[in-house]
Structures are given as structure tokens and as C-alpha cells.
Design a protein around this ligand. Structure first.
Ligand SMILES: Nc1ncnc2c1ncn2[C@@H]1O[C@H](COP(=O)(O)OP(=O)(O)OP(=O)(O)O)[C@@H](O)[C@H]1O
Ligand SMILES: [Mg+2]
Length: 403
């Protein structure tokens, strides 16, 4: 295979000889590709002994790293047991592990490794990271990490990348990757990538910065640009400009149940046309409200994405004849979806019929940087009911659609 490596990739390959070698930065910037090549060299020439590879889960490691690695070495040069996670590569034994859970660490305790490759190290459990470093006790054992940046107080940044003692002793080297460090990306693809991240997620995943999430979550939401009148919504329903209606539900008992309905245009713009927002309410009550809205719209709501924590309530809506289903609740990806819709002027809200949504849009915030909760890197968990309903609906609807 004729290899075309970027200067950054060449530099990493030739110089990643510290105890810990970290490639961090933008998505798709060529970190995994070059770390795979480096790891193959290590597998063949590193000190003898068992090796460790880890990802968020064993499955994500397979998808993000092993599949590429297997394509590089070709059939016959590896043997992988997906159930046990045991890999033989060029005859060497490698244990492949998921590392996101608190108990992941227990599974490698007492082992001895001659090297470790971690993909997405910032989302591996801190205790696993500590344990795996301690387990790499074979003389000359080396460690290779790749990751996208996280918040600036993340332990990978404070305890490793910024640790002067590690750097001064030459124990840690790091390489910051930018999109241009992957010479194989086309300008169109780079534009597409840039268009799919917003706010703090743009700073981290495109600019490759360890950026702090602060201030209003939906800074791109503007009342002037994104609020629409009831009259305009009624016209769009009548014309009809909406090809379908979709919805999201966040459950509550003392907190409100929040439900949002959106009209979807043919060019995939989303107009929030109605909201239900009520404390001490029941599944039955929100279900009746949905049925009334369907009667008014003269059309069934195609799908109602609900908080998956309460499956009996989802079943309750289904029993009323509503197309309710559970949601993928991944928070950062969901926030990024909604942020990006506002940034690209593809999400609107009827301020007259959805006052609680507008209120939450204006107040939904990240903690102040000096608040201990800032380390969680998630928005403040209050007054976010309609925000959750919005995220469930729009993120799940768009997750598998390349729009
Ligand atoms: N030198 C290269 N030659 C051929 N293909 C490459 C090269 N560098 C990167 N690629 C390809 O570009 C794509 C993105 O690279 P890679 O997966 O290494 O990025 P990454 O920085 O790990 O991204 P992410 O942060 O999203 O995991 C992959 O399909 C990879 O195979
Ligand atoms: Mg990668």
C-alpha cells in the first residue's frame, strides 16, 4: 500500500517514543490512522508480553479501531474473538477491553502488560486509566492514547497533558491534530464536518480545543430570527407546508411533563407548533392532548420520541393509539444537534403557543466555570423539561438521516 502521510502523522510516527504518547484534536484528523500504524510497529518490535487495547466499549473499539487495523494487516494476520475480546496480531496476544464503567478497572487488576493503546481516552473511566498505567509494568512498556478534546479541567488534561513533571522527564509527548493534518479529507467533506458542529462542540471537534462549556446553551437561538407567529404557523399547516409532524416527551411527576410537536417541511426545517407543559399531570392527560392535536392537524404524529426512563408511560401512550417510542438520550450529541439547527436557521418556535419552551431556551445554561458542577460538563439540571423533549425529538429524528 502506497502511504500518503501528512507531516504531523509522519512526525508522530517517528517520534512517539515516550512512555505515554497522546494524539488529541479535531475529529477525522488522522489520529487513529497513524496510531494504528504506530501500534503495528509496536506490536512487532515492542517488549515481549501481553498487550492491552481499550475503547469506551469493546464494540466501539472494534468499530473505531480494530476494523481499520484488520484492513491494514489483512486476513490471516490476526485472529479476534469478539466475545472474549482476545486478539492475536502477528502472533501476539492482546486483550481488548471496554473501559467506560466504574467496574472496568477491576477486570485488568493484577494483570501485567507490555503496552497499551487507548482510543477515546477521555471517555474511559478515570480508575481504568490509572489502573492500566500501573499495569504497564514491563520494562520499556509504552502507552498510546488518542482522543478528541474535552473540557479543560478533564483529568487527562490536568493530570497528564499539563503535568510539567511528566513532560520535563520526557515521559509524555503529545501531538495536537487539526483537520488539515489528514491530507485525505476533501474540501467538501471538511465543509460538511464544519457544518455539523456548533458552539463548544465546534471548538472541541473542529478546532481541536479543550474548550469550556459556559453561558447559555442555545446561544444561537434568537427571538428575532427563530420565533414565528401563530398566524404564520396556521398558514403553514393549511397550505400544507409540513410533510409530517413529530414530537418529543419528557416525563415528570412533581416536575412538569413537557411535550413538543414539530412540523417538518420538505427541506427539513422544524417548526415547534405546540407544547404541553404541566406539573402533577398524568400520562393519560398528555396522551389526550396529543390526540386532540392530531385531530386539529388532521394527521397522525409520525413519531413521538419519549424519555426512555419510563417505559410504562410510553406503553400508556401506545395504548391510546399514539406512535410513541423511546429515545437515545446521548446528551452532547443531542445538544449539538439542536445547537446546529439554530445556527443554520432550521429550527423555529411559535412563541405564542410555546411560551415555556421560549422561556427555557433563554435560560438554559451551563454552570459558571467556578461552580463544582462545571466539572460535569453538562447544562444545569433545572428548567430543562421542554429542552429535553426537544433534544429527544430532534436528535433521534435526525440521528440516522444525513440531512
Ligand atoms: N494517511 C492516511 N491515508 C489514508 N487514509 C487516511 C490517512 N489518514 C487518515 N485517513 C482516513 O481518514 C479518516 C479519518 O481518520 P482517523 O479515523 O484516523 O481520524 P481521527 O482523528 O481518529 O478521527 P475521530 O476523532 O473522529 O476518531 C479515516 O477513514 C482514515 O482511514
Ligand atoms: Mg479516531
Amino acid at each position: 500500500m502506497a502511504l500518503k502521510l501528512s507531516p504531523k502523522q509522519k512526525h508522530y510516527y517517528a517520534n512517539s517514543n515516550a512512555k505515554i504518547n497522546v494524539s488529541h484534536g479535531a475529529v477525522r484528523s488522522g489520529k487513529t490512522f497513524i496510531t494504528n500504524l504506530r501500534w503495528l510497529k509496536y506490536v512487532r518490535h515492542g517488549p515481549p508480553g501481553k498487550l492491552l487495547m481499550s475503547g469506551r466499549t469493546k464494540e466501539s473499539l472494534k468499530e473505531n479501531v480494530l476494523d481499520d487495523l484488520f484492513a491494514m494487516v489483512g486476513e490471516g494476520n490476526y485472529r479476534y474473538n469478539a466475545a472474549t475480546g482476545v486478539l492475536y496480531l502477528f502472533g501476539r496476544k492482546i486483550e481488548c477491553r471496554g473501559a467506560e464503567k466504574i467496574d472496568s478497572e477491576g477486570k485488568i487488576r493484577g494483570r501485567t502488560y507490555a503496552g497499551w493503546y487507548a482510543d477515546e481516552v477521555t471517555i474511559q473511566h478515570k480508575e481504568f486509566v490509572k489502573q492500566a498505567i500501573a499495569r504497564c509494568s514491563v520494562s520499556g512498556a509504552q502507552i498510546f492514547w488518542t482522543t478528541n478534546p474535552d473540557h479543560p479541567k478533564h483529568h487527562i488534561k490536568t493530570d497528564f497533558l499539563e503535568k510539567k513533571s511528566l513532560r520535563d522527564k520526557g515521559l509524555l509527548l503529545h501531538w495536537h491534530f487539526y483537520l488539515e493534518d489528514n491530507a485525505t479529507l476533501t474540501p467538501d467533506y471538511i465543509e460538511m464536518l464544519k457544518g455539523s458542529f456548533s458552539g463548544v462542540f465546534y471548538d472541541r471537534n473542529i478546532l481541536g480545543q479543550w474548550a469550556v462549556a459556559q453561558g447559555r446553551v442555545y446561544q444561537d437561538y434568537s427571538e428575532e430570527r427563530h420565533n414565528v407567529s401563530r398566524e404564520e404557523i396556521n398558514r403553514m399547516i393549511r397550505e400544507p407546508e409540513f410533510m409530517e409532524y413529530i414530537a418529543g416527551t419528557d416525563w415528570g411527576i412533581s416536575a412538569p411533563i413537557a411535550a413538543n410537536i414539530y412540523g417538518v417541511t420538505r427541506d427539513y426545517k422544524f417548526y415547534q407548533i405546540a407544547e404541553f407543559y404541566k406539573s402533577r399531570s398524568t400520562t393519560e392527560e398528555v396522551g389526550r392532548w396529543y390526540l386532540q392535536q392530531e385531530a386539529w392537524l388532521g394527521k397522525k404524529i409520525s413519531v413521538i420520541y419519549c424519555d426512555s426512563a419510563e417505559s410504562d408511560r410510553i406503553l400508556g401512550l401506545q395504548k391510546l393509539g399514539l406512535r410513541a417510542m423511546d429515545s437515545n438520550k446521548e446528551i452532547d450529541a443531542g445538544l449539538n444537534t439542536v445547537m446546529t439547527l439554530f445556527k443554520n436557521d432550521r429550527l423555529f418556535v411559535c412563541s405564542e403557543t410555546c411560551p415555556n419552551t421560549v422561556n427555557e431556551l433563554l435560560t438554559y445554561r451551563y454552570p459558571e466555570p467556578d461552580d463544582p458542577k462545571a466539572a460535569l460538563d453538562t447544562p444545569i439540571d433545572a428548567d430543562n423539561h421542554s429542552m429535553d423533549a426537544k433534544r429527544y425529538c430532534l436528535h433521534n429524528y435526525l440521528r440516522y438521516r444525513r440531512i
